[in-house]
Design a protein around this ligand. Structure first.
Ligand code: ATP
Length: 483
C-alpha cells in the first residue's frame, strides 16, 4: 500500500493529513480547491484486484449513493479514477472524529451523548434495514462524529442486500459466511458459528457491542480468535436454549458450544456497572443469542434509553428494496464491475449536469439561449456546483439536514442553542464535554466547537438532565410491559 496520490488528484485537492488507514485504503483530510470545502479523501488500493474486491468496491459505491441521502449516513461527494485504472478515489464529507478514537480518549462522552449517538445510529440502520440492506460491519471506527455529536455511518464495503441473498437461485451455493471479514469483536454468534442465513439481527448485535463499548470504555468482547470470541460471548450472555441454538441453522453450532470449556459466567450487568438501568437493559436485549429475539431497530428507537430523542419525522424509511444493479449472487468479472462503476460515474455526472441546467433555467429570461452553453461548459466542476445546489435545496426543504453545511447559519443556530442552554444549564456537563471533544481537533476551532457540541441535542434535555433519568424510568416500565 502506498501513500502515492495521482497528479490529477493533487491538482484538485490539497492533502492535509492522514486520518486513517483501513484494510482497503488510506483516508486523508483534504481541501477541495474547487468547492473550497474540507473533505475526506479515500484512496482504495487495487479496488479491482480480483472479482471479490471489485464487487466490494462496486457495492460500496452503490450503497453509499443510495443511503447517503440519510442525514446519518456519510455523503459520497465524488469518485475519481486513478491513472493506473486499478485504484479509485472517493471524496466524502469530512467528519472530525470516529467513535473508536473518542472512546479511546476516555471520559469525553457523557450519558446524553451516548444516548444521542445510539439514537442516530438506530436512525441510520432503520433506513438501511427498511431498504432490506444490512451494513454488516458496524464498529466504532465506522461511526463518524462531528463536534455537534452528530453521527454519520461510514464504510459500506460489506453491506449486502438481504433480498439478493433470500432470492438465491435454487441449487446455487450461498456465499460462504466464513469469507466474512467483518471485524471479529462485533460479529454475532450466528456469524461466528457459520450460520447459513444472514438476518438484520447481525447489525443489531454489533450495535449492542458498540453501546457496551461506549458504556465501559473498552471493547466488550475483544476475542483473539473465532473460538475465543465465541467463548467470551457465551461466558457473558444469557445461556441459549436448544431451540435458540437450532434457530440459527448452523451445522456445528451445538457441538462447538457443547465442547466449550465451562467457565464461571460474568453477566453483562456485572461488567457494565456504572450505567443507567435503561442502558444495561438495552445491551441485554441486543446481545441475545437468537437473532430473532434481539430488539429490532424499530423497538430500539422507542426503548427508554433513547426515547427522549425519538422523533418519527427524523426517522425516515425507504419504501422500496435496494437491489444492486448487477446480480449480487453471481460474481462477475473485474471488468464488468469496473466498467459499470465508470459508467455510473459518467451517468451521475450527466445527471448532475441536468440538475444544474434545470436550476439555471428559471433565473433569467435569457435562459433559453444560455442553457446549451451552460450544458456545453459542464465539466468536473459541475458535479461540485450541482452538489452545493442540491445541498441548499435539501436544506430549504428539510431543516434536519441543514447541519450538513458548515455555514454561518449553522453557527448562528448552534450559538442560539448555546445561549438557550446556558440560561440555567448544567454548566459542568456542557463545559466538560465541549472541551473534551475538541481535544483532538484544531485549537483555533475550540470555542466554536464547544458551543456547537450540544447544538443538535434538544436544549430541554440538557437544561434538565435529571429529567432524562426520571422520564427514562417511567418509559422503562412501559417498555417492560410492552416487550
Ligand atoms: N468522512 C470521513 N471523515 C473523517 N474521517 C474519516 C472519514 N471516512 C473515514 N475516516 C477515517 O478513516 C478510517 C478508515 O476509513 P474506512 O473505514 O472507510 O476505511 P476502510 O479501509 O474501509 O477500513 P476498514 O479496515 O475498517 O474496512 C475511519 O476509521 C476514520 O477514522
Amino acid at each position: 500500500m502506498t501513500d502515492d496520490v495521482d497528479a490529477h488528484i493533487h491538482e484538485k485537492f490539497e492533502l492535509q493529513k492522514r486520518l486513517g488507514k483501513g484494510a482497503y485504503g488510506i483516508v486523508w483530510k483534504a481541501y477541495d480547491k474547487r468547492s473550497r470545502e474540507t473533505v475526506a479523501l479515500k484512496k482504495i488500493f487495487d479496488a479491482f484486484r480480483n472479482p471479490t474486491d471489485s464487487q466490494r468496491t462496486f457495492r460500496e459505491v452503490m450503497f453509499l449513493q443510495e443511503f447517503g441521502k440519510h442525514p446519518n449516513v456519510i455523503k459520497l461527494y465524488n469518485i475519481f479514477r486513478a491513472d493506473n485504472d486499478r485504484d479509485i478515489y472517493l471524496a466524502f464529507e469530512f467528519m472530525e472524529a470516529d467513535l473508536h478514537n473518542v472512546i479511546k480518549k476516555g471520559s469525553i462522552l457523557k450519558d446524553v451523548h451516548k444516548q444521542y449517538i445510539m439514537c442516530q445510529l438506530f436512525r441510520a440502520i432503520r433506513f438501511l434495514h427498511s431498504g432490506n440492506v444490512l451494513h454488516r460491519d458496524l464498529k466504532p471506527s465506522n461511526v463518524l462524529l462531528d463536534a455537534d455529536c452528530r453521527v454519520k455511518l461510514a464504510d459500506f464495503g460489506l453491506a449486502r442486500s438481504l433480498s439478493s441473498l433470500e432470492d438465491y437461485p435454487e441449487g446455487q451455493k450461498m456465499p460462504d459466511l466464513t469469507e466474512y471479514v467483518a471485524t471479529r469483536w462485533y460479529r454475532s454468534p450466528e456469524i461466528l458459528l457459520a450460520a447459513k442465513r444472514y438476518t438484520k439481527g447481525v447489525d443489531m448485535w454489533s450495535l449492542g457491542c458498540i453501546l457496551a463499548e461506549m458504556l465501559i470504555g473498552r471493547a466488550l468482547f475483544p476475542g483473539s480468535s473465532t473460538i475465543n470470541q465465541i467463548e467470551r460471548i457465551m461466558n457473558t450472555i444469557t445461556k441459549p436454549s436448544r431451540q435458540d441454538i437450532a434457530s440459527i441453522g448452523s451445522h456445528y453450532a451445538a457441538s462447538v458450544l457443547e465442547k466449550m470449556p465451562q467457565r464461571p459466567r460474568k453477566p453483562l450487568d456485572l461488567i457494565i456497572t456504572q450505567s443507567q438501568t435503561a442502558a444495561i437493559d438495552m445491551v441485554q436485549r441486543l446481545l441475545v443469542f437468537a437473532p430473532q429475539k434481539r430488539l429490532t431497530v424499530e423497538q430500539c428507537l422507542v426503548h427508554p434509553y433513547v426515547v427522549q430523542f425519538h422523533n418519527p419525522s427524523e426517522e425516515p424509511t425507504l419504501h422500496y428494496e435496494v437491489y444492486p444493479p448487477l446480480p449480487d449472487h453471481v460474481q462477475l468479472g473485474i471488468d464488468d464491475y469496473r466498467d459499470r462503476l465508470y459508467e455510473m460515474i459518467d451517468e451521475q455526472k450527466a445527471s448532475f449536469k441536468r440538475i444544474q441546467h434545470d436550476k439555471i433555467r428559471p433565473f433569467s429570461p435569457k435562459d433559453k439561449s444560455r442553457a446549451p452553453i451552460a450544458q456545453a461548459e459542464c465539466s468536473d466542476t459541475d458535479y461540485d456546483t450541482a452538489r452545493s445546489l442540491q445541498k441548499s435545496t435539501s436544506m430549504d426543504k428539510n431543516t434536519s439536514s441543514s447541519h450538513d453545511s458548515s455555514t454561518g447559519t449553522l453557527r448562528e443556530r448552534a450559538q442560539s442553542a448555546e445561549s438557550r442552554t446556558s440560561k440555567g444549564s448544567n454548566g459542568d456537563m456542557r463545559n466538560g464535554n465541549g472541551s473534551a471533544i475538541s481535544n483532538g481537533i484544531k485549537q483555533r476551532r475550540r470555542s466554536i466547537e464547544r458551543s456547537r457540541l450540544f447544538a443538535n441535542i434538544k436544549p430541554s434535555k440538557i437544561l434538565h438532565p435529571h429529567k432524562l433519568i426520571s422520564r427514562g424510568d417511567k418509559d422503562y416500565e412501559n417498555f417492560e410491559k410492552k416487550y
